[in-house]
Design a protein around this ligand. Structure first.
Ligand SMILES: CC(C)(COP(=O)(O)OP(=O)(O)OC[C@H]1O[C@@H](n2cnc3c(N)ncnc32)[C@H](O)[C@@H]1OP(=O)(O)O)[C@@H](O)C(=O)NCCC(=O)NCCS
Length: 517
């Protein structure tokens, strides 16, 4: 820290006058004021004294809750009785105070306790030269919820509306009207294919389903090590090997055309790797993919060894279409972070597989079905679900970071499940109804509904996809989205390198000798 910083007081650097509001003002007015004045927080005052603070972080919470900002008073959402600092506080002390209390903004008061100004972490960092000027930019909610980190033309999710799209098309409509190959083409080539383009593309991708020789040779070993209950572990190993075998180089050292070819090949081979890891793990024979079948039909063919019923193939195809892409989910973001370093496509895809493997992301469909099994029959649902939520457990297949209403994928998959029939569908619907009621009662205001995973399990089970293959099937379609994002990131790249807020003991402390620790 520079000496000058220590001698300055907050009075020298604070912003004044402060953007303020009164308790009874509506959120919409306050938000408009924040936006107009470009500030990250508003101080709520009474008799010129600060009685609350409302920040960008609170705004994100308001947006996620779905309340009408025109009818909600700011007093219901602000932090009451904010900490304050006096005018004569030294800048270094103010910095410490903000860091310790994890604040981004702190009001400054005069001797009478009246609001005199406000200082932000950012102001302090700039003045004290604690960090470069382009240090952390404003409020960053935990989990980066609602934070925009990139521009994309691949697709988006509108959580409050329950709508998501690929390019300019409604993803649910695409699932109703198109094949997976058409949607794959759309996501990678930015437009829907013509009949000829679709035929050429389908032939091309069907011809790229084979695993490379050395990886194929290693597959039994990988399958023996990963077992069928951890197929994504097997996938990341096998695919990583194949990317090495194919000599995928850092994309910075290759052309975008080459990157596109690698992307297509990666998507084409994923189902072959996954199904064969499963088969070998179960002691079955390796099966060669068939190039005369669609992606979805070939997938079910490889699993069972016989040509699937068209209705089953279409159901799995629709599931796959619905899970191709979904905004900046954790695995997609991971793929983009790795790509931003200039690394090869194989590395970005392996990293994405790792992110997907977590139960909070892709690992839930089999858990949702396990939950149905554990409940057993509709009469048990009430008690089972109530006990689970009351004891702090999460109901698998419920809740979503972005959707605060019905997940459109869940709605579509429920309809697909109804069409396919089977004993589990009515039971699943009864459990869903009960779970939503209980979540509303025990977690009021959180807006928890089924997510994609709940009916995905029911659909996949019905068409004969074994439980161990649920998350792998998700990976087999999501890889299309990941690789599209890799290409998009590469075409307009800047290293993704954010900053963290250090919260540990104040450095620098002298390093103690070994026997003094
Ligand atoms: C998907 C998920 C990770 C989103 O998490 P998130 O956006 O970080 O949501 P939060 O963890 O902030 O949860 C908000 C609140 O809702 C509750 N909640 C969220 N999902 C819940 C669930 N499935 N069951 C019970 N409560 C849930 C949380 O306990 C929290 O309550 P609190 O405010 O009392 O602490 C989360 O909903 C979840 O764990 N779901 C179950 C796993 C799942 O289905 N994964 C597949 C995702 S497609």
């Amino acid at each position: 820290m520079v000496d000058g910083a220590a001698q300055r007081t907050v009075a020298d650097i604070m912003s004044s006058p402060v953007v303020s509001a009164t308790r009874d003002e509506m959120l919409a007015e306050v938000a408009a004021r924040m936006s107009k004045t470009g500030v990250g927080s508003v101080v709520i005052t009474e008799d010129d004294r600060p009685v609350g603070i409302f920040t960008e972080r609170d705004l994100v919470k308001v947006a996620a809750s779905g309340v009408d900002p025109k009818t909600e008073a700011v007093s219901d959402w602000m932090t009451e009785r904010p900490d304050t600092i006096p005018l004569d506080f030294e800048v270094t002390e103010a910095f410490k105070s903000l860091a310790e209390r994890k604040y981004r903004h702190i009001p400054v008061v005069d001797e009478q306790g009246k609001l005199a100004g406000i200082v932000s972490m950012r102001d302090l960092m700039k003045i004290a030269q604690i960090r470069p000027v382009e240090g952390p930019a404003g409020e960053v909610p935990k989990g980066l919820e609602g934070v925009v980190v990139a521009e994309t033309s691949i697709g988006d999710v509108r959580g409050m509306e329950g709508f998501f799209h690929y390019r300019q098309y409604d993803a649910v409509e695409l699932a109703e009207k198109c094949s997976l190959e058409e949607v794959w083409y759309l996501v990678h080539e930015k437009q829907l294919p013509t009949r000829q383009q679709l035929s050429d593309f389908s032939k091309k991708v069907a011809g790229l389903r084979d695993i490379t020789p050395k990886t194929k040779e290693a597959l039994p070993l990988i399958a023996a090590a990963s077992g069928t209950s951890h197929l994504l572990d097997g996938l990341r190993t096998a695919y990583s090997l194949m990317a090495a075998e194919l000599g995928y180089k850092a994309w910075l050292d290759t052309s975008i055309d080459e990157l596109r070819e690698q992307a297509i090949r990666t998507c084409a081979v994923f189902p072959t790797i996954l199904v064969n890891l499963y088969r070998l793990g179960k002691g079955m024979e390796y099966i060669e993919p068939r190039s005369d079948l669609s992606v979805a039909a070939n997938y079910l063919y490889m699993l069972s060894g016989s040509e699937p019923d068209p209705e089953a193939a279409r159901a799995i195809e629709q599931y796959m279409i619905l899970t191709v892409d979904h905004g900046f989910n954790a695995s997609t973001f991971t793929a983009r972070v790795v790509t931003s370093t200039g690394a090869d496509l194989g590395s970005a895809v392996v990293a994405a597989i790792c992110a997907l493997s977590g139960p909070l992301h892709g690992g839930a469909p089999s858990r949702a079905l396990d939950m149905l099994d554990a409940i057993g029959k509709p009469e048990n649902a009430e008690k089972w679900l109530r006990d689970a939520v009351s004891s702090g457990k999460r109901l698998m297949g419920f809740g979503h970071r972005v959707y605060k209403t019905d997940d459109p994928r869940s709605v579509t998959l429920r309809a697909i499940a109804e069409k396919l029939g089977g004993s589990n569908v009515e039971f699943a619907k009864a459990v869903e109804k009960k779970a939503v009621e209980i979540l509303q009662e025990l977690k009021p205001g959180r807006k928890l509904y089924t997510n994609v995973e709940f009916y995905a399990g029911v659909v996949m089970d019905r068409v004969g996809v074994p439980r161990e293959m649920f998350t792998p099937t998700f990976a087999a379609s999501r890889v299309i989205g990941w690789t599209a994002h890799v290409i998009e990131q590469a075409m307009d790249n800047r290293l993704i390198r954010p900053a963290a807020h250090y919260m540990g003991p104040e450095p620098p402390e002298p390093v103690p000798a070994l026997d003094e620790r």
